[in-house]
Design a protein around this ligand. Structure first.
Ligand code: EPU
Length: 424
């Protein structure tokens, strides 16, 4: 197992390129189940979650090859319909194979994802939607079992605008007989990209990016060729690294239109952000001003940036309130940030952050993907050497973050964890 060591206090400067979006790549890869043939995806980030998805596709009978961001998938008709527990438990997004399997083959057996570090995260909306489309859904022995002849279009109103739920139902409905209306859907850029790519494969989806989708089912699709959109969360994390170290960094390969909530908050805290050479230049010279944030579905402030923004607010000149409205348990970074000298008090779904002048290094433990990123950010400014343990969380969703930060001047490296000492 590895850890990350950071000697804090270096101002970041230079240029850094953002990778493709994890949360776009995963549903796109799963969409290859919808049609046998040769698919090509470009700008795919090399992440543990992407590798897990390719492994799952391999189990189902889709072969893959990944080289420098280009993934080639080649599939025949699928003959295995099961996403086993051992894969699903390492990555909840495995549930994204459910929609394409039921939509194309009328059969799926997918392990129930269960809870995870950031909350219970049920999939009831995915299942309710599939039932509305005519699938018979049962839960047995920890597995979701869904069968259908051919799905038929229906009107479905989601209780919550769930991201992967919208993606699952969209991929299920594209091959259904008749028209499906999905209401109260997620509007995240990753959902929009999935709709656009499905349309380029021959699907008929209207309304992506609004709160309702109209999907006219088609009889067949053709394989996909697409380029994954930039990762807005990685971009935001790098921008906060620049802001926290009072640096001057050009973040390239970004889509600013996907990041308006974060860009607005950066302006409020006094960080200068300007569009330059097709990227976003971030310059900061003072302590940030405090601002309150509340996470919401897109286009609101993303929950996936909450932990990182809290690291910035830990240094603000005053008190800010951070409210988490999407997941019930996404404050696990708080106790670790406090070990580094942050002054934060959690009160239900709110964290009250009293800014301090500086943080101090400490050994800290990553608990989930975005929490790990917030600890790395804190380590960049903390006095002394911070040791971030359990970095496998980071590798699930950031492509070589340590390398990118090093290129900007950070003193950051990986080391092997030494085995625990036995106490005699
Ligand atoms: N929910 C339900 N029932 C459902 C589905 C969701 O109650 O059937 C609840 C969840 O428990 C949560 C809320 O609805 O409280 C929103 O969850 P959502 O379903 O939108 O989350 P997700 O689809 O499981 C995706 C991203 C997450 C990101 C969230 C919110 C992927 C692969 N994952 O998860 O990304 O935080 O949307 O934007 O797209 C990450 O990248 O670190 C990450 C966790």
């Amino acid at each position: 197992m590895q850890k990350i060591l950071i000697d804090g206090g270096r101002r970041l400067s230079g240029e850094v390129k953002v990778s493709g979006a994890k949360n776009s790549a995963l549903p796109l890869l799963m969409a290859s189940i919808l049609v046998p043939g040769e698919h090509v995806l470009r700008n795919v980030p090399d992440l543990v979650d992407v590798r897990t998805t390719l492994k799952l596709l391999g189990v189902l009978g889709v072969d893959s090859e990944m080289k420098r961001g280009r993934v080639r998938l080649s599939s025949q008709e699928i003959s295995c319909f099961e996403a086993p527990y051992d894969l699903v438990r390492t990555m909840r997004a495995s549930v994204l194979c459910l929609g394409p399997l039921v939509g194309r083959y009328g059969r799926a057996r997918v392990s129930l994802p269960g809870g995870c570090a950031i909350g219970a995260r049920p999939v009831d909306q995915h299942l309710k939607g599939l039932e509305r489309l005519g699938a018979k859904v049962t839960l047995a022995n920890g597995y979701i079992e869904a069968t259908a002849r051919r799905l038929r279009g229906a009107t479905i109103v989601l209780d919550i605008p769930t991201v992967t739920g919208t993606e699952n139902l969209m991929t299920a409905a594209v091959l259904a007989r008749g028209t499906t209306i999905l209401r109260n859907v997620a509007r995240e850029p990753e959902v929009v990209q999935l709709a656009e790519v499905l349309n380029s494969m021959g699907a008929r989806i209207q309304g992506a990016g609004t709160e309702a989708l109209e999907i006219e089912g088609v009889d067949d699709l053709k394989p996909m060729a697409c380029r994954v959109i930039p990762d807005r969360i990685e971009a935001g994390t790098l921008m906060l690294a620049a802001a926290m170290t009072r640096g001057d960094v050009l973040v390239t390969g970004v889509s600013p239109q996907h990041m308006s909530a974060l860009l607005g908050k950066l302006k409020d805290v006094g960080v200068q952000v300007s569009e330059q050479d097709g990227g976003l230049r971030v310059v900061a010279s003072d302590r940030p001003r405090p601002v309150d944030i509340e996470t919401h579905p897109h286009p609101g402030f993303p929950t996936d940036m909450q932990a990182q923004f809290m690291a910035l607010m830990a240094l603000a000149e005053g008190t800010s309130v951070i409210s988490e409205r999407i997941f019930e348990n996404r404050f696990m970074h708080v106790s670790e940030l406090k070990r580094m000298g942050a002054r934060i008090k959690v009160d239900g779904g709110r964290a009250i952050v009293r800014g301090v002048r500086g943080l101090s290094a400490a050994p800290v433990m990553a608990t989930d993907l975005r929490a790990s990123a917030s600890l790395v950010l804190a380590g960049l400014v903390a006095k002394g050497r911070t040791e971030v343990r359990r970095v496998y969380h980071l590798d699930r969703g950031y492509e070589r973050l340590d390398k990118k930060l090093r290129k900007l001047g950070a003193r950051i490296r990986r080391a092997k964890m030494s085995p625990p000492r036995t106490i005699k």
